[in-house]
Structures are given as C-alpha cells and as structure tokens.
Write a protein that binds this ligand. Structure first.
Ligand code: SAH
Length: 214
C-alpha cells in the first residue's frame, strides 16, 4: 500500500496496542500495518481510527478495537490460498485485514446500507479479494463451503450449527460466544467430526441477530 498521512499513527498502533500486548505473528502485524484503517471509519474520525478503541460506524454498529481485530486474526490463522467466511462485515476492516493473509474472503452483512459502505471502503482501500454479501450470516454460505476459517464478528448466543458444518477439516472458527453484554472469545478447531474448543478471554460485541443468533 502507498504511503499516507496516517502511516506513522498506524505503525504506532501496531507497536503499542498490538505487539506490546503479546501478538507477535509477523504476518498479522504486517497485515495490520498495511491496511489503512482510517478509510474504514466515518468521515471526520480518521485520526480516532488509530486509537485503542472501537468506533461507531452508523446503524448502531461498530468497527472493532484494533487489538481485537489482530487477536481474532491471529486465532483464525488464515493461510495463503485459504477461503475465509466472515459473519458481520460492518466497516469491512476485519475482512480487509484477513484478505492480506488469505486467498479470498466472503463476508456476510445483514444490513444492506452497512454492506454498501463496506464495499465502498474496501474499494477505496484497493482490497480486491473480498466479496460482501447481504443476508443472515448465521446460515453461513453453503455455496462456497467448506472454509478454512470462519469468523463471527458479532456476539453469538452459541456457535451456529450451519457454520460448524461449513468448516473444513482442520479449519478454525473464531467467535464471541455468550450473553448479550459480555462474551468469551472462543476458537473451535475441526478434526473430522470432532470440534475442539478453547477460550481466549472476555470480549464485548454487538449482538448477532438472525435464525441462529439472538
Ligand atoms: N467486522 C466488522 C465489525 C462488525 S460489527 C468490522 O471490521 O468493522 C457487527 C456486524 O454484524 C454489524 O454490522 C451487524 O449488522 C452484523 N450482523 C449482526 N447479525 C448478523 C447476521 N445474522 N448476519 C450478518 N451480519 C450480522
């Protein structure tokens, strides 16, 4: 990506908010350095984009805190050539970060206006391997399954069954699971018909609505 006026703020964000908190995977740090986060926030919030906080993006939705985006990316561990499914496109920023590391990202957003803004943000950032779809992501997207990675960026009461079905063998699913106000960040790894789940600490997301959501 070209140099831009926010580059220094972005480098500082990666150093002090992400690397300093224990995320050391060079591919993840590099992806966070490359994606111009200020292009994924509402006009006037460009500098705030690099602060250690989530931000409102309209329609009651938020762009996640940079550290959480990096943490979820590291847990998902997307590899070159992987197809990744995201539920909750929001601003498109998390998808843009994943797209630096994966072959392609399919992201589903239930609000058409939010999806349109995500498409616009991704185009401005020149990210080409992300497809933004409108619909209920709790059903997944069977047409392009299986996925090496599935990430839910809204709070789920439980991991939706259709998503587990659409996970490839050896695939990873990362999601905030729990109550409406506070959740546990979980990673599920598929081994054949078995699903191994581990936990990565408390998080707070807006609710996942829909058939297999709230
Ligand atoms: N990943 C986003 C942040 C997502 S905020 C980013 O990087 O900016 C959560 C998003 O999930 C919201 O936009 C919300 O509309 C969406 N959402 C909630 N339930 C959904 C569902 N069932 N299917 C698809 N999107 C959903």
């Amino acid at each position: 990506m070209e140099r831009d006026p926010y580059e220094q703020m972005r480098m500082a964000m990666v150093e002090y908010q992400i690397a300093a908190r224990g995320i050391h995977d060079p591919r993840v740090l590099d992806a966070m350095r490359r994606v111009p986060r200020h292009l994924f926030v509402p006009a006037g919030y460009e500098r705030a984009a690099y602060e250690d906080t989530p931000l409102p993006i309209g329609q009651g939705q938020t762009i996640s805190q940079p550290y959480i985006v990096a943490l979820m990316t590291a847990l998902l561990a997307p590899g070159p050539g992987d197809r990744i499914l995201e539920i909750g496109a929001g601003s498109g920023y998390q998808a843009a970060v994943l797209a630096q590391l994966a072959g392609e990202v399919v992201t589903v957003e239930r609000l058409p206006e939010v999806a349109a803004a995500a498409r616009q943000n991704l185009a401005r950032a020149d990210v080409r391997n992300v497809e933004v779809l409108v619909g209920d992501g709790t059903q997944g997207r069977p047409e392009s399954a299986p996925y090496a990675g599935i990430i839910i960026t809204a709070a789920a009461p439980q991991v939706p069954d259709p998503l587990l079905t659409q996970l490839a063998d050896g695939g990873r699913l990362v999601a905030p699971v729990g109550g409406r106000d506070i959740q546990e960040l979980v990673r599920v790894v598929r081994h054949g018909d078995r699903f191994r789940q581990e936990s990565a600490g408390p998080v707070r997301f807006v609710p996942l609505l829909g058939e297999h959501g709230w």
